[in-house]
Design a protein around this ligand. Structure first.
Ligand SMILES: Nc1ncnc2c1ncn2[C@@H]1O[C@H](COP(=O)(O)OP(=O)(O)OP(=O)(O)O)[C@@H](O)[C@H]1O
Ligand SMILES: [Mg+2]
Length: 234
């Protein structure tokens, strides 16, 4: 094969996140550098209190670092205003959470349409994209169910469809299987693997080694510091 250059999607350089409580400063992120390439499926693992959620919030543009550089899909995130960050979150990142975060009064397909509404997309176009995403996660028969009429695994599939619908360059998942039993958890990870095989870039945060095993790259965070544990040759 000829020379193949991987394109970075996420570039984090020497990022610190400091919290000061009662005069004591804690580096929740302690000089983190990380590159995630397009097409990666990366798991970030680490024990409780190691900085996983802090890192997830920075990567997801929900929080800004105290210092350091973060470039997401060519945008220098640390320099952006709150408004611009909201746009980045909506267009560049599909979020998947442990507790699904579906709105209980909206039907499954309406939940999937929500981020597209925030983008100002017209009704017809967003219904078509939402339908396509629901089919992709295997829930074509459940589009008009309310969240409480779905199983936990189905609700997480709806949340994955919502993350996918606008084709964001990055899928960011925080303990996506944390609320699921082991079989349902395997199904959901299987779906994420399939989406990665179809070209989606996925960063997943987990404390479960079984879940991390399924990713192509595993990075460990400990006391706010990162080390690469496993990297699949590509
Ligand atoms: N707002 C805050 N103010 C002060 N300290 C904080 C704040 N948020 C997090 N921390 C501290 O930063 C460190 C990392 O926290 P973080 O929530 O990122 O851990 P985690 O790896 O997600 O843990 P868990 O697996 O329990 O969710 C912890 O020591 C925590 O106490
Ligand atoms: Mg956490």
């Amino acid at each position: 094969m000829s020379e193949f250059k991987r394109e970075p999607l996420i570039e984090v350089e020497n990022v610190f996140k400091q919290y000061t409580l009662a005069g004591e400063t804690l580096n929740a992120l302690d000089g983190i550098s990380l590159t995630v390439y397009k097409g990666d499926f990366m798991a970030i693992i680490g024990p409780s209190g190691s900085g996983k959620s802090t890192l997830m919030n920075v990567l997801g543009c929900l929080d800004t670092p105290t210092s350091g550089r973060y470039v997401l899909d060519g945008a220098e995130v640390e320099k952006l205003s709150e408004n611009k960050l909201a746009t980045i979150r909506n267009t560049k990142i599909g979020f998947i959470f442990q507790s699904f975060h579906l709105l209980p009064r909206l039907r499954a397909i309406e939940n999937v349409e929500l981020p597209l509404i925030y983008r100002g997309m017209g009704a017809k176009e967003r219904r078509a994209l939402a339908k396509e995403a629901m089919e992709k996660v295997g829930l074509a028969e459940r589009m008009f169910h309310l969240p409480n009429q779905l199983s936990g695994g189905q609700q997480q599939r709806v949340a994955i469809a919502r993350a996918l619908a606008g084709s964001p360059p990055l899928l960011l998942a925080d303990e996506p299987t944390g609320a699921l039993d082991s079989k349902t958890s395997r199904d959901v990870i299987g779906l994420l693997k399939q989406l990665n095989a179809e070209g989606n870039t996925i960063v997943l945060i987990t404390h479960d080694p079984k879940v991390a095993e399924q990713a192509k790259r595993v990075v460990r965070i400990q006391d706010g510091k990162l080390s690469e544990e496993r990297s699949e040759a590509s």
